[in-house]
Design a binder for this molecule. Sequence first.
Ligand code: KIV
Length: 270
Amino acid sequence: MSLASQQRPITIQDIQGYKARGERFVMLTAYDHPTAQILDQAGVGLLLVGDSLGDNVLGYPSTVPVTLDEMIHHAAAVRRGAHRALVIGDLPFMSYQVSPEDGMRAAGRLLKEAGVTAVKLEGGRRCAELVARLVDAGIPVMGHIGLTPQSVNVLGYRVQGRETSGADRLLDDAVALAEAGAFSIVVEAVPAELGQRITGAVDVPTIGIGAGPHTDGQVLVINDVLGLSTGPHPRFAKAYADLRSVITDAVKSLSAEVASGDYPGPEHSY
Ligand code: KIV
């Protein structure tokens, strides 16, 4: 049974089964209740409340300013709208980098206060100890390697792992995360061939974003998929709709009808 057709809530074990059977799956970001409901009912099995909340919804220039309280607020709304999909919440910048204890407390708040099932964090081998401790405490963890937007001020928004040394480091990061107990790993903005090598090197599912066609799953930011984003788009950000135009046309029609007196009509009045 595919993730899209499964009626009962999706579990971590279901996701892992997909790699075992070679079935590809989709994860999408969601930041609010109505979007979560639509995606859940459309059969999307994994909803990521990403810290891309910052640049996609809150108007920040990057993910760096996003706070844990903001993540919890939005993750709780998504969780209330998702009845089947597995909801994963991002640990925001500086909620886990200083000490594993910070990371444990932040992850605990996301599970207890927002109701997410799992957390995601950025970083490879350097996060392995925290991943192991979280899993040991009963908190499923999704890793995230390659382009890690929380490190934009060090890395920029550049494709990672183009040279052999960088590629080897990312392979080592993926293996370290899997060995520490991560249940899946997001791989962002790496050459397709490296996405394939990482996917072959670990038993847990990889979920690519700009990592080519060979990862076990694909993740995209919902604002990109729906055509709501502005500014320069990364190459992988394929739009499947143009909601900016739909919304613009709708509100222009409303404004025109109010100006002409056509709205509200008798059917909209008491
Ligand atoms: O924050 C986010 O939306 C992400 C995805 C792009 C993987 O980390």
